[in-house]
Write a protein that binds this ligand. Structure first.
Ligand SMILES: Cc1ncc(COP(=O)(O)O)c(C=O)c1O
Length: 449
């Protein structure tokens, strides 16, 4: 699997006219002044518009766990689009969506054997929230409508997702129209007590007890679901303290509240197991996924639901639609084909196992950065790491951005969230490439200061 960087081809492409495209989650004007354009991808490397190889330390945007340019996936896509490009998803089906749902449930925790298809993480989250409401209503408890999210949680950008999400910048502009009846647990980032923890932080399990306080405040009979990322990725790799997720499960179970794990990032091997639920041995009622489900090849997401929720929602007259929800592209045939090919690669190459086996090396490598200027914390689990910097005098987020940009210009793609840099390489990464990532980061940190 060793993969050399592609030869620099010195064939820079002309910069496109950038006037019309309003880019997502991007400082558009800054970007267009000095763009970063990717033009090709193979294995562990992108190629940029200058023809330079860029080592992918982020699996794209937490998507490409099998690495780039996988022929098995592109051939499956090509075959399917030729055979049948699209099939309506309401009141009609096609075999691949059923086959994929069955395959997926071989990976999901026992008892979560039902799958609803979406096209993104945001849609998976909104679907899960609606399912929770659907379940309680069908179960004769329609007063259970409140949701509990967590500070710093990221659950995509739908109105449901930003309401339960806890990232201030994603909510403020829209604050007048967020969902009613949502509370937030405290986040679990505690640098004062847990800095430079390897794996799970020891301190902070008591933060789960705030859930009991919220239940006392509102009454369990009014609460539908708690939603958390088992490990927060987008807010900067924030880990659950030891025992915290188990405690959330105990409390929700005791009070008949559903527990939703948003595994859009942790799903499909990131931690060295199919799901974080498996990794931490805590089974929620619903799991949301997207991204690595099909290696990011075509937009796709899936929501895994417990058999109990499903059975409860399947009551009523058989001719009646049970869940008034779905997408034109739910279970899209081409996306389904790409997902089936992706799952086959994960299995054939034992990539989740590979991630697990590499995680110690990865941990040692990222923690070797400790002591470089301005690093105030390093966090890691599986093949994910977050490196947090003190903000520079120029303002919050500036140091993180400059290190990210320096890395990119010198051939390594890392991800910046404010002053936190995240690493989440494809699971095919080699040890030498982990070394390259860490060296590149070290050079950038020293250069930026
Ligand atoms: C945990 C989590 N949930 C939801 C989303 C939203 O996914 P999407 O951008 O596909 O809508 C993300 C995206 O990073 C995520 O990390």
């Amino acid at each position: 699997m060793q993969q050399q960087p592609p030869q620099s081809n010195n064939s820079s492409i002309a910069t496109p006219d950038m006037a019309s495209y309003w880019m997502p989650f991007t400082a558009n004007r800054q970007f267009k002044e000095n763009p970063r354009l990717l033009t090709q991808a193979e294995g562990m490397y992108y190629t940029d518009d200058r023809g330079q190889a860029v080592l992918d330390a982020t699996a794209g945007l937490w998507c490409c766990n099998a690495g780039h340019g996988r022929k098995k996936i592109s051939e499956a896509v090509s075959k399917q689009i030729n055979q049948m490009d699209y099939a309506p998803s309401f009141q009609l089906g096609h075999p691949l969506a059923f086959e994929l749902a069955n395959k997926l449930t071989q990976l999901s925790p026992d008892g979560l054997d039902k799958v609803f298809f979406t096209n993104s993480g945001s849609e998976s989250v909104d679907t899960a929230l609606k399912m929770a409401l659907c379940y309680h209503r069908a179960n004769g408890q329609p007063s259970r409508t409140r949701f509990i999210g967590r500070e710093l949680g990221y659950h995509g950008v739908g109105f449901g997702g930003i309401s339960v999400g806890g990232i201030g910048n994603n909510r403020k502009t829209f604050s007048g129209q967020l969902l009613q009846g949502v509370d937030h647990l405290p986040h679990t980032l505690d640098i004062a007590n847990n800095a430079f923890s390897k794996g799970l932080p020891k301190n902070g399990i008591e933060k789960a007890e705030v859930l009991e306080q919220l239940i006392t405040l509102h009454g369990a009979e009014n609460i539908a679901a708690v939603i958390v990322e088992p490990m927060s990725g987008s807010a900067g790799v924030i880990l659950p303290p030891d025992g915290y997720l188990k405690r959330l499960r105990e409390i929700t179970q005791k009070h008949g509240i559903l527990l939703i794990f948003d595994e859009v990032i942790t799903g499909f091997g990131r931690l060295g197991a199919a799901f974080a639920s498996e990794f931490w041995q805590v089974t929620p009622d619903i799991i949301t996924t997207a991204k690595a489900i099909n290696n990011g090849a075509i937009p796709m997401g899936a929501v895994f639901v417990s058999n109990t929720i499903h059975a409860t929602c399947m009551q009523g007259p058989e001719s009646m639609i049970e869940f008034f929800h779905g997408y034109t592209y739910s279970g899209h045939p081409v996306a389904a084909a790409s997902a089936l090919a992706t799952l086959a690669i994960y299995q054939e190459e034992q990539l989740f196992e590979r991630a697990k086996n590499l995680s110690q090396y990865f941990e040692d490598a990222v923690h070797s950065l400790k002591g470089l200027p301005n690093i105030i914390d390093i966090r890691n689990i599986g093949l994910v790491a977050g490196i947090q910097f003190a903000p520079s005098d120029k303002g919050a987020g500036k140091r993180g951005y400059e290190i990210f940009d320096h890395c990119f210009r010198n051939g390594t793609l890392v991800r910046a969230t404010g002053d936190i840099l995240a690493l989440s390489p494809p699971l095919i990464v080699e040890k030498s490439q982990i070394d390259d990532m860490v060296n590149s980061l070290s050079d950038a940190i020293l250069a930026v200061g």
